[in-house]
Design a protein around this ligand. Structure first.
Ligand code: SAH
Ligand code: SF4
Ligand code: F3S
Length: 471
């Protein structure tokens, strides 16, 4: 899928000024102005939004959480399923309405949906009120575009990139947990998935830069880092520098930061060395997100997932055996083209076998440009919805079962914030990534505490503090 010329910024006047060095110069232009940023999609987008916040706040914009108050709206979009796209278009309606009243409002769209040529063409043709369209490969050009903005719609999307960004600045959402990109893009080309097209080739950051970032975050007081990649196991393969994900993970562990997480692990190239490192270090959390997608070998083959169910089971059992108390979660797609009752039954069977701590389940959504989108499909939406319901009931019963096992036990929780539902409670995650609501006040935030579990539901636990582990 190549980007047509339309999508590539042409004749754009470069300011020729390094934004980073001259940001003070621009502040008077945007002083007192407000931005509203909305993020769709996965952790990659959440982290990209922290970069966007850095650019906007460096220009002088202040964050607001009401759309109506904004001078600039930025929608960081996702393209993974049709409903992700629908949400963006739904919200765009509100932005368009606001612009009718507020003529100077700048509307900016970025993120994965902007890497799809047909979407950008549609926006350029029928949504002229959008001011700036920028892709995932050149977010660093956003401040320039805002500075240059005049009446014309600016479309500035690069079709692909082999660039690896280092020294990116972020205004992070949390002072406790930080996201760290270790790889960009994806080369796996699962036949249903749009990500290789929207995020480009798989490319790794250099190990020393990642370690340096972890050390800096630790010095700043961060308790947790999550290493991000569409497939973290592929880390380093494109560099040919003699190191891989196991090497990286071990060095991150040796920095001594309290908690290390990573997402996502593809079952295909999960090596014994990686499992050994995870098992060896206490600060590597015993939690692995290991998407299975389907329980049927025939469907896995059509998905180009590169493993069989027998291989998945072998890996699953090896991890369970070697990593004490490990929690394993997964992703499952139902209703892949021509998924038979037998295929679906095989998915239920593998869920019963693995008893996942949690599973994210989706109805297959065809994405333009992918291989699967061209496959004939004779399964009705009603059947797909019925299958999803059956699967969800099963998955939830195992989530509840795994949570109930913790009743009366004491677990370590990194407290991250005040509970959304109850202001007299705080919440955080166990080492195995289970959400716990705890009776307590804000002073616990940022601390790792021992918590006794008093109640267990499918999606969360309740607990009381026994004592603090670290300050
Ligand atoms: N890189 C990760 C997942 C990225 S997308 C991995 O390979 O595991 C997150 C999840 O969205 C996928 O695991 C898959 O279950 C789901 N997904 C991706 N494309 C989809 C599509 N076209 N329809 C439905 N679900 C999809
Ligand atoms: Fe998509 Fe597959 Fe890559 Fe995951 S590994 S991002 S599902 S192509
Ligand atoms: Fe969506 Fe892009 Fe992530 S498509 S799931 S935001 S990589």
């Amino acid at each position: 899928m190549n980007m047509p010329d339309l999508c590539i910024a042409k004749d754009r006047k470069k300011t020729n000024i390094s934004f980073i060095e001259n940001k003070e110069e621009y502040k008077p232009l945007f002083k007192g102005k407000k931005y509203f940023l909305r993020t769709y999609g996965c952790q990659m987008n959440v982290h990209d939004s922290e970069e966007i916040k850095y650019y906007l706040e460096s220009l002088g914009y202040m964050a607001v959480d009401k759309l109506e108050e904004a001078d600039i709206v930025v929608l960081n979009t996702c393209a993974i399923r049709e409903n992700a796209k629908d949400k963006v278009y739904g919200y765009l309606g509100r932005c368009k309405h606001l612009k009718k009243i507020k003529k100077d409002l700048i509307i900016c769209l970025c993120g994965c949906l902007m890497q799809e040529p047909h979407e950008v063409e549609e926006l350029a043709k029928n949504h002229k009120y959008i001011d700036i369209i920028i892709g995932t490969h050149n977010l660093n050009e956003l401040p320039e575009l805002i500075i240059q903005k005049n009446k014309e719609q600016i479309i500035n999307v690069y079709s692909n990139s082999d660039k690896v960004f280092e020294n990116v600045k972020y205004n992070r959402d949390s002072k406790i947990s930080a996201w760290i990109n270790i790889t960009y893009g994806c080369d796996k080309f699962c036949t249903y998935c749009i990500v290789p097209y929207t995020r480009g080739r798989e490319r790794s950051r250099k190990k020393e830069n990642i370690i340096e970032e972890v050390k800096r975050l630790k010095e700043e007081g961060y308790k947790e880092v999550t290493l991000l990649g569409q497939n973290v196991n592929a880390y380093g393969q494109d560099l040919n520098l003699g190191y891989d994900f196991a090497t990286l993970l071990e060095e991150v562990a040796q920095t001594g930061i309290s908690r290390i997480r990573f997402v996502t692990s593809h079952p295909w190239n999960f090596t014994d060395e990686m499992i050994n490192v995870i098992a060896k270090y206490d600060n590597i959390m015993p939690y692995i997100h290991l998407p299975i997608q389907s329980g049927s070998d025939a469907i896995l083959k059509k998905m180009n997932r590169r493993y069989t169910i027998a291989e998945y089971k072998k890996l699953f059992n090896k991890i369970k055996k070697k990593v004490p108390n490990v929690a394993i979660t997964t992703d499952i797609i139902v209703g892949f083209p021509n998924e038979t009752d037998e295929d679906f039954q095989a998915t239920l069977d593998i869920v019963k076998y693995c008893k996942f701590d949690n599973a994210y389940t989706f109805i297959y959504s065809p994405r333009v440009g992918t291989v699967a989108a061209k496959m004939q499909d004779d399964i009705s939406m009603a059947t797909k919805q019925k299958r999803l319901k059956i699967l969800n009931d099963l998955v939830n019963s195992y989530s509840l079962e795994s949570n109930q096992k913790l009743l009366g036990k004491t677990v370590e929780v990194l407290v991250s914030e005040v509970s959304e539902k109850n202001k007299n409670k705080v919440c955080g995650y166990t080492d195995t990534m289970k959400l716990v609501n705890i009776d307590g006040k804000e002073d616990l935030i940022g601390q790792i505490v021992q918590v006794e579990i008093t109640d267990a539901k499918s999606f969360s636990l309740d607990g009381i503090v026994k004592n603090k582990v670290s300050l």
